[in-house]
Structure formats: structure tokens, C-alpha cells
Design a protein around this ligand. Structure first.
Ligand SMILES: C[S@@+](CC[C@H](N)C(=O)[O-])C[C@H]1O[C@@H](n2cnc3c(N)ncnc32)[C@H](O)[C@@H]1O
Length: 376
């Protein structure tokens, strides 16, 4: 099979985890850069990346690189491609663009120029043009323009890969699924060890951890990926890949995965989400305030928690009593446990009385955050 270069995007800070994930899938020439990881592989690896990567947001297949300083230069560069390689006038298309630090300043206009160039190319050649479908295009394109260097790619993912499909319902401030998986992988928790989230909200961290423990591909039940609309889509290889992945899924968790939260609606959401993910019967969630928390299992395990940090849920100072409670409860009752706290509140470290053994800078959307690791 022919080898291609691809680029998987991810949240800033998760590049090293995505790098490891790609290496584990057997990708070649894996090279992390800001906001993503470049790699090489065949078409099957592209399908596998979309099915199995836990921290990626989308996987792109670059098809055109050019230096452009004006909308006209962008238009001409796009028109230089033989577009019959990638679509026909009977396909629908959409262009998504992000533009930064360039002479062209408007993403929307850059996307429009790209779309016009592709459509005009077809009109000149065959007298017909593909139509636009921004909601569900058969072929989606991604234009990245940074310091006047453009990369135009085919978007093999379509909808963002953080959407697994198990979480239709949102509680307050739920974590993005790809970020939650990234936290689990960064903590280096192993499935043989109990895992607890005492402020679990809608259960995202624990559901992602359970998927890892069960070797459950995060997007096994997703209906559509971008590559399914491509001219070279190989349905047989895709079906075989999914069947093989399904056959490897475990049915039991090697160690308990347990969540609690002060809010009963959060627990209802967590149960519903775990059920939608297909393993509601394997996870256990209960309503409990952190103040009442005691280790739910005898052997010390991992605590991985994303406490409120005020930025989105109210005022940063309003959450300080929660941090004081965490400090008191974990130091008194979690001896021997490894605790990972994902916080976006600058005051957190001043309140928590122990020095972390690791501090990993990350982002939750635009909020700078840290994953702090403690041995209790
Ligand atoms: C940032 S949210 C966690 C979101 C979660 N990771 C998710 O993906 O849905 C923080 C959670 O802490 C819970 N919480 C706040 N104070 C608490 C307390 N004293 N005891 C237990 N849970 C608490 C909130 O109800 C909220 O669900």
C-alpha cells in the first residue's frame, strides 16, 4: 500500500501523548509539533488513527503547500492542483480555514477563496462544479495559513474526534473527552490499579479510563468519518478493521473504576453516559460530598480529579474552600494513593499543602491549566 504523510491535531500540551499513541499504532516518521503530530502511513493506518486515537481532534492529509501573500495568490495556488484526484462535480465539499499571523487576515474569506478556486477549476474543465454542504460534506478540506505558508489538507475525520457519541447530555463544565483521555494517559495509570474520581461530574475521566482498560476504541460506534466520502474509500478494509478492533474488547475491568460527586444530577448524567458508552454495568457512581469521601477500596490506587476552578463555574476565590477540603481529605485519608489534580486555578498550589512530583502544563479550551501529580 502507498504511504502518505498525515497530520493529527490535538489540544496544546497533549502532543507527547498523541506521539506515543501514534507510535503504538505503528506510524512511521512520527514528529510532534505545536498543536499536533505529523506521521506517515498507509490508508489503513489513517482509518485506524480515526478509530483509535484517544487524544487527537482530527487527522489531516496535506495535499498542497504554498507561500501565499494575497487572496489572489491563494486562489492561484489552489487552482494549480488537479482536483480530479480528490473529488468530482457530483461530490459536495466544505472548506474550514484557520489563519494566523499572515497577510491574509480573515479565515472565512480564505475558506471562500479556496472553495471558489476548486469550483472554478471544475467549471473550466468539465462545465460543472461540486456544490457546498457545510454541515456534512462528502469531502471536507482544511486550510491552515500561518505566516503566509498555507497547507491545504483533506480532513479525514469530519466531525471533531473528541466526540465519541456517548455524551449527548452536558453537565456544568464537562471535560472534553480527548482531554480527559489525555489526562488518564499522562497520569500513567495502569488498568490493574483502582481509579477514583471523587468530583466526577458527568464521568468523562472515568469513562475514558474504562475505554482504555477495556481496549475499547473511542469511536467504534461513530456513524461517519470524513474519509468515508473520499474517492478511494475502501469499505472492505474499514469494515475488517472495525470488526477486528471489536473482537479485542475486554468484558471485565481488571480493577474498580469509581466516581462520586456532590450533585445527584451529575451522578445521573454519569450513569447515563457510561450506559451509552456500553459499559454502564462496569462503572460505579454515587452521590457523595468530598467531605465524606473515604477510600472506596482497600488497596491504594489512583485518584484523578478535575475540581471546579472558578473560571467557568463562578469566581476563582469561591472555590478555595473546596481546595482546602481536598487538601484535608486526601492528606488524612488517601495515604499510599497517587493523586492527580487537573486545575486551572493559579491559587491551587498555594492552598494544597504538598509539593507535586510532576507538573504538566496543558490547556482546557483557552484556560491554561496544569496536571499536578502527588504521592500521598
Ligand atoms: C469541573 S466539574 C468536573 C467535570 C467532570 N470532569 C466532567 O467531565 O463532567 C467539578 C465537579 O465537582 C463537583 N463538586 C463540587 N464541589 C464538590 C464537593 N464538595 N464534593 C464533591 N463534588 C463536588 C461538581 O458538582 C462538579 O461536577
Amino acid at each position: 500500500m502507498t504511504t502518505f504523510r498525515y497530520f493529527a491535531t490535538c489540544a496544546k500540551g497533549l502532543e507527547p501523548v498523541l506521539h506515543k499513541e501514534l507510535a503504538a499504532l505503528g506510524a512511521a516518521q512520527v514528529e510532534p509539533s505545536r498543536g499536533g503530530v505529523a506521521f506517515a502511513g498507509d490508508q489503513l493506518l489513517l482509518y485506524q488513527a480515526n478509530l483509535e486515537l484517544r487524544t487527537a481532534i482530527r487527522v489531516l492529509k496535506p495535499i498542497l503547500n504554498a507561500h501565499v501573500e494575497s487572496p489572489e495568490e491563494l486562489y492561484d495556488a489552489v487552482r494549480s492542483v488537479d482536483w480530479t484526484q480528490w473529488l468530482t462535480p457530483d461530490h459536495t465539499l466544505a472548506v474550514d480555514a484557520n489563519v494566523r499571523d499572515s497577510r491574509i487576515t480573515h479565515s472565512h474569506y480564505a475558506a471562500l477563496k479556496t472553495k471558489d478556486a476548486i469550483c472554478d477549476w471544475f467549471v473550466d474543465r468539465v462545465g460543472r462544479r461540486p456544490s457546498v454542504d457545510v454541515e456534512c460534506p462528502m469531502v471536507g478540506f482544511n486550510l491552515h495559513l500561518y505566516r503566509n505558508e498555507m497547507v491545504l489538507s483533506l480532513d479525514s475525520s469530519g466531525e471533531s474526534l473528541h466526540k465519541r457519541g456517548y455524551r449527548p447530555i452536558q453537565t456544568k463544565a464537562p471535560l472534553n473527552e480527548a482531554l480527559a483521555a489525555g489526562l488518564v494517559l499522562l497520569s500513567e495509570w495502569q488498568p490493574l490499579c483502582p481509579l477514583v474520581d471523587p468530583m466526577c461530574g458527568s464521568g468523562t475521566i472515568l469513562i475514558e479510563a474504562a475505554m482504555i482498560a477495556l481496549r475499547h476504541p473511542p469511536r467504534l460506534t461513530r456513524k461517519r468519518f470524513g474519509f468515508q466520502g473520499w474517492l478511494d474509500f475502501d469499505i472492505q478494509s474499514w469494515t475488517a478493521l472495525r470488526d477486528e478492533a471489536r473482537s479485542k474488547i475486554g468484558h471485565q475491568l481488571p480493577a474498580p473504576i469509581l466516581g462520586s460527586d456532590i450533585r445527584s444530577d451529575a451522578i445521573a448524567f454519569a450513569n447515563k453516559n457510561a450506559k451509552a458508552a456500553g459499559f454502564g454495568h462496569l462503572l460505579h457512581f454515587e452521590r457523595k460530598a468530598l467531605q465524606e469521601w473515604h477510600p472506596p477500596v482497600r488497596d491504594p490506587g489512583f485518584i484523578l480529579v478535575n475540581p471546579p476552578y472558578g473560571e467557568r463555574l463562578g469566581e476563582p476565590q469561591a472555590v478555595e474552600p473546596i481546595y482546602q477540603t481536598m487538601a484535608k481529605v486526601f492528606t488524612a485519608r488517601a495515604k499510599g494513593w497517587t493523586v492527580f489534580i487537573f486545575s486551572g486555578n493559579e491559587r491551587f498550589e498555594q492552598i494544597f499543602p504538598i509539593a507535586p512530583f510532576t507538573r504538566i502544563p496543558l490547556f482546557n479550551g483557552r484556560i491554561p491549566c496544569q496536571l499536578l501529580g502527588y504521592k500521598m
